[in-house]
Design a protein around this ligand. Structure first.
Ligand SMILES: Cc1cc2nc3c(=O)[nH]c(=O)nc-3n(C[C@H](O)[C@H](O)[C@H](O)COP(=O)(O)OP(=O)(O)OC[C@H]3O[C@@H](n4cnc5c(N)ncnc54)[C@H](O)[C@@H]3O)c2cc1C
Length: 435
């Protein structure tokens, strides 16, 4: 987003429908569906307004889950003075009273400059990143940069000696102060429920949720945030086209894989390379061959299912007797429910779906006619462009002259080889190849 958002208007009743995002600069973005990756800290703080307000089952986990602070002090030096064979090293902080066994004496140093990451290889500058955790992270939010640099230098001198110089540059992350995160990442909260992360992930109508706080298996991580994005994208897609059947087995049998690899690895013959040149020349002159329109795989029932997926799921959920079984209705149950609902649907209710099918069929017919008109034209042009290219750049078998005479005097072999293969073009899924 180029500008911060302040309000999300969504449709809580259905998985699609009008939605808008209102930005602070007055921009309004319209959408059918919205995926919110707003950090949990920002949700907790209420910086973004939801219209209608989020339901209580969603507000619950927002309140119950924890959201902590971890800060970083980034120190850039003229040259490294640390052991560069390690990516990470720690510092054991001295307690106020060295001989004390009382926890209180250790508290003031706990979590302060206890770990340093050497990020020289990734930043290209001699650079250490120091971590500030727990109370130290909270202190960092208000501490002065100069004081933090002084303390970091003192700690580093306890490891590497008094010659450690002050850094040339320092950047301090203060995530709790940052209004776009309001903390670092989610954590367990004292009153949280085991289901809270899963509930955070659940959509509300056409408002979907992703982000590190929506994935109970990998919360508080970059990869968790990424995976949650894939999950949300899948949910949006399902709301558009219905649940996707996962093929079994998921991977094609090993034999075919091996064959595919073999074909890919097989060295191309010179004639093949030549034919590719001819083909690329042809498309550079007249463009790609027109493609036939994708086959229509649509029916009123399918469209009805895509639209009523959520309603069917809710009906299934409502039918699960309390205590009988945990979790949500499976795809098969939803499918059965949809078929039942379709049977009960009146002809008037079916009509919009049937109209949509008729509309798509009509569009398909137009596209098919266009394809049937353009494809033969292209084929005809291709034949002459190809012939012109071949006459200007005839195929020469390696080791042969253009006259077809081999270096060893074996006349005519190249020409014969050229003629042995009849060449025409076909399209396959990888692009265009020779047949
Ligand atoms: C100090 C620290 C160290 C970490 N170390 C690790 C680590 O070693 N490994 C690891 O895997 N993870 C680590 N993490 C966690 C990881 O960074 C997060 O889990 C991850 O970045 C979360 O991704 P996200 O997409 O959920 O949220 P974010 O990356 O926070 O993305 C949310 C986006 O929403 C935007 N936003 C917020 N409010 C608004 C608004 N009103 N309008 C428009 N946009 C808005 C924000 O600007 C931001 O771009 C660390 C985090 C911190 C703070």
């Amino acid at each position: 987003m180029k500008t911060p958002i302040r309000k999300i208007n969504y449709n809580a009743a259905e998985s699609s429908g009008p939605a808008t995002i209102e930005c602070e600069d007055g921009t309004v973005i319209e959408a059918d569906r919205i995926v919110s990756t707003i950090p949990l800290g920002v949700l907790k703080h209420g910086d973004v307004e939801f219209n209608p307000p989020l339901p209580s089952w969603k507000v619950g986990p927002i309140q119950r889950l924890g959201y902590g602070v971890l800060n970083k002090v980034i120190l850039v030096y003229k040259k490294p003075f640390w052991d560069q064979t390690r990516h990470i090293f720690g510092a054991l902080r001295r307690p106020e009273n060295v001989d004390s066994l009382d926890q209180v004496d250790y508290r003031s140093q706990r979590g302060r400059f206890f770990q340093f990451l050497d990020v020289t290889a990734t930043t290209g500058l001699p650079c250490l990143v120091a971590l500030m955790a727990g109370d130290a992270a909270v202190d960092t939010e208000t501490a002065l940069d100069d004081d933090l640099v002084r303390e970091a230098t003192e700690v580093l001198r306890t490891i590497f000696g008094q010659s450690v110089p002050p850094p040339l540059e320092v950047t301090v992350a203060r995530w709790a102060k940052d209004r776009f995160s309001r903390g670092s990442y989610s954590s367990s909260g004292p009153s949280m429920l085991p289901t809270d992360y899963d509930t955070m992930a659940k959509p509300v109508g056409n408002l979907y949720f992703a982000g590190e706080h929506t994935i109970g298996t990998h919360p508080a991580t970059v990869h968790g945030a990424y995976l949650s994005g894939l999950r949300a994208a899948g949910e949006v897609l399902s709301s558009l086209i219905g649940d996707i059947d996962i093929p079994t087995p998921l991977l094609v049998p090993t034999e075919s894989q091996a064959l595919k690899r073999k074909l890919l690895e097989e060295p191309k013959d010179p004639l093949g390379i030549y034919e590719e040149q001819v083909y690329y020349h042809t498309i550079s002159q007249i463009g790609e061959r027109p493609m036939p329109p994708e086959k229509l795989n649509v029916s009123a029932y399918r469209l009805y299912c895509a639209t009523n997926q959520d309603a069917a799921r809710e009906r299934c959920q409502a039918g699960i007797r309390p205590g009988k079984r945990k979790g949500k209705a499976g795809p098969n149950e939803v499918r059965h429910m949809l078929s039942k609902m379709w049977k009960q649907t009146s002809p008037e209710e079916k009509k919009p779906f049937e109209d949509m099918v008729a509309e798509r069929k009509a569009a398909f017919v137009v596209k098919l006619a266009e394809y049937e008109r353009l494809a033969p034209q292209w084929d005809e042009q291709a034949v002459s462009v190809r012939a012109a290219y071949i006459s200007e750049h005839p195929f020469v078998q390696p080791g042969m002259g253009e006259d077809g005479v081999a270096a060893d005097g074996n006349e005519g072999r190249a020409i014969k080889q050229r003629r042995r293969k009849h060449v025409s073009y076909t399209e396959n899924r990888m692009g265009v190849t020779r047949a």
